[in-house]
Ligand binder design. Sequence first.
Ligand code: ADP
Ligand code: MG
Length: 316
Amino acid sequence: MDEFTLINTFFKSLTSPREDVIVGIGDDAACVKVPCNHHLLVSTDTLVSGVHFLESWDAYEIAQKALMVNISDMAAMAAKPCWVSLALTLPHLDETWLTRFAMGLKEGLDRYQISLIGGDTTHGPLSITLTIHGLVPIGKAVRRSGAKPGDIIYVSGSLGGAALAVLNIQESLQPAGQADLMKKLLQPIPRVDLGFLLQTYATAAIDISDGLGADLGHICEESHVGAHLVDSSVPIHPLVKEQQPHKAFDLALNGGDDYELCFTIPVNQQTAFLADLAKANITCYPIGCIETGSGLRITTENGNLVNCDIHGYRHF
Ligand code: ADP
Ligand code: MG
């Protein structure tokens, strides 16, 4: 099988094309129709074997993870994901692996009605790069830079589960619930369901890929503000509290890979936001507020300072 048969067999047939795809896989470039009144958002994420996943993992899960982390970047900007291109580097042409990979990709693409519109296929150490394109009504993209002192900080779900999965692997532990934790790590659910609410109410947003502390830190830097977190308000995955009671807060604060969203809502919008959130049947958790200054201040409910190290994942 050569590169072109590979593309035709595994990728060209895989995607149900959207009506707005004018030219998909097979030409020198893809061509899509961008509706007027919308901005186009573009983001790229690479997954490298041995860094983001192990080569021994099921290719179905590797494909899903690669897609979900890209979709999450769209969710974090309150955009609707529409199209992806795939740059795939393969150490060898393994049809069983490619079949599983294409299946995982197809399930995710269909679930979010995203079209695969192109890519590149090369020979080398296993790595997967996806570039995702999304749409948002003009002016409605939510950036990291809009948080204002007084805004309430929310997270969209419990934290630390994916990091506990990694910790259990590293320590060769197989506790009850490890399968659920692995699912959090391998198949995170990007929070595109919050898109409209973020467009309407949020002043800033980010997806939590490197850890709440580090990622909220990015909102603070970009918005030129500080943040005050109340430790007991941070929602921690129940298995994390159960299996690692002493490390639980650290895992929730510094563990990456959960792909929940962290966002800020002005105080005077709280009532309307919470009403719409309830209407949408979504639970989010207020964890603190934005303040003047810089950096992250963590206290107990009573205001006592909590000393904790913030050390999000860094590649270099
Ligand atoms: P070119 O040589 O013009 O760059 P390629 O030979 O790399 O084109 O690719 C042929 C077509 O197949 C292009 O439309 C490209 O976007 C698409 N393609 C290549 N690899 C992939 C892949 N892994 N997944 C999806 N589409 C791909
Ligand atoms: Mg090419």
